[in-house]
Design a protein around this ligand. Sequence first.
Ligand code: BYC
Length: 329
Amino acid sequence: MYTQGLDQKDKARPAAGEETAAQQDAFQARVDAEEKIEPKEWMPAAYRRTLVRQISQHAHSEIIGMQPEGNWLTRAPSLKRKAILLAKVQDEAGHGLYLYSAAETLGVSRDEMVGDLLSGKAKYSSIFNYPTLTWADIGAIGWLVDGAAIMNQIPLCRCSYGPYARAMVRVCKEESFHQRQGFELMLELCRGTGAQKAMAQDALDRWWWPSLMMFGPNDADSKHSAQSMAWKIKRFSNDELRQKFVDVTAPQAEFLGLRIPDDDLAWNAETGHYDFGEIDWSEFHQVLAGNGPCNRERMEKRRAAHDNGAWVREAAEAHAAKRAARDAA
Ligand code: BYC
């Protein structure tokens, strides 16, 4: 439905060199007036490219993000936990699909986007290159990873590009359920035996820093932020969102009786925020370069799933062609 009519080459799409200053000014005025930009309306080529990059990477993250949690589906400790985890992993698949659809409204095909992921050209979130070693990791992912995702995604509900903003409304509702199930799982472990609490602490120790990296490089090193904020794709900078996440999460860790693995973490009454330690950016860059603990495994699995699903895509196309022929007759 999003892509209706996009198969006709749309006149509103300029080549970068053809854009006039007047067009760009008029576009910026619309953005400044908080108007939503819709698929067939004029937009600068760079705005379109930025959105395709961000939305497709976001979609890929949702799809690759099913793997670390999927790892525990057959080993969940009870039927209730299994049902909850299954629902969550299915939600992530749904998010990926809304996001691919939102990106398609910009004139890029699903095949192109998936091709870029499979060839290694397109990124996905660094966080999904870490392993899920124990059941507590499922709690830590819900609490921290979905918690960080919501912090980043709530402002995206006000993104200037209509289809992305609208997709985010539903995604955020589901993510907040995910975050709460993760926190509740951690709470149950923390109120359980000593061994269960130790497992929860170990998961926090391993997921804390990678969760902070989800927000991207520091503002000074974020090459896209200034332009994305001017276009109101991003509403807050990477560092602002990271700080909000730390401020919300530190008291939750205290409530759980867990220690965040950062000696520099301390409440600062003067700023009204928590101070926290320096992120190991060399680790972040290694993960982005494909050298994280699970990058290769994640991509191998995704490629295999894509190949194994070829017959489904072929069958769907054959079915669509048959229906189209029947309708035409
Ligand atoms: N990992 O200039 P910057 C989820 C890249 S899924 C990998 O600050 P920008 C969930 C960045 O792409 C969570 N790459 O960029 C699913 C850029 O490289 P390129 C995913 C990263 O775009 C299942 C370069 O570094 N959420 O919620 O202004 C289970 C410079 O960065 C990362 C989204 O995708 C990273 N962490 O800001 C549970 C949200 N950080 O493209 C949960 C939408 C940065 O030039 N995306 N890079 O080669 C965004 O909000 C923004 O794209 C970011 C980065 C804040 C992530």
